[in-house]
Design a protein around this ligand. Structure first.
Ligand SMILES: [Zn+2]
Length: 190
């Protein structure tokens, strides 16, 4: 079977992104360039066939412009940035099985810091914090307590650790005087 690649080609003016599949994405780019006034560039490629392409099209259906073109918005941008960041490879393997994990990562990345910001408040969703804890939702997707049944990859403790660390790391750090430091202060008696 011939090797194929999924490509992400971006229009440098509209920033729209085309997700397609080709044997030679560079060649595909030059063909697409002929029909386009705007400059196009390849953001990246990954191994995959038509099925994988269709799966990605479904995953990002909410931001589809038309055909194979998508708006450059968080779910897709987070996916692309994470996929092409080598450190993120183990996490992106999990996303292949459970796309909802990407939404949690996106949510964590979208949270902005502020004075007394508390990462753990967002993570655990302390009562009264106004945050729906991320950890609770993570637990439903990956690890031993995964809700939709056992999965050879997702139900492992390694998968849980990878997802936990990656998403937690994406949160801004706790700031001086944050809620968890107050809780610790009470527990430790100072
Ligand atoms: Zn904190």
């Amino acid at each position: 079977m011939e090797g194929k690649l999924i490509y992400f080609i971006q229009n440098e003016v509209s920033l729209a992104i085309k997700i397609g599949v080709a044997t030679d994405p560079e060649k595909r780019l030059s063909m697409l360039q002929i029909g386009s006034v705007d400059r196009l560039k390849i953001l990246g490629t990954m191994p995959g066939l038509q099925e994988k392409e269709a799966e990605l099209h479904r995953q990002f259906a909410g931001i589809r412009i038309r055909g194979e073109w998508f708006r450059p918005e968080p779910p897709l941008m987070t996916f692309i940035q994470s996929y092409f960041d080598g450190k993120m490879a183990p996490f992106m393997k999990l996303v292949e099985h459970e796309p909802e994990l990407l939404k949690l990562l996106e949510e964590a990345r979208s949270i902005t810091s502020r004075p007394k910001f508390c990462a753990n408040e967002v993570w655990y969703g302390y009562p009264g914090s106004g945050f729906q804890g991320i950890k609770t939702r993570l637990t439903r997707l990956v690890g031993f307590y995964r809700e939709s049944g056992r999965h050879p990859v997702l139900s492992t403790s390694q998968a849980y650790d990878v997802a936990y660390e990656t998403i937690y790391e994406a949160l801004p750090d706790c700031k001086e005087g944050c809620a968890c430091q107050c809780v610790m202060a009470v527990l430790m008696g100072y």
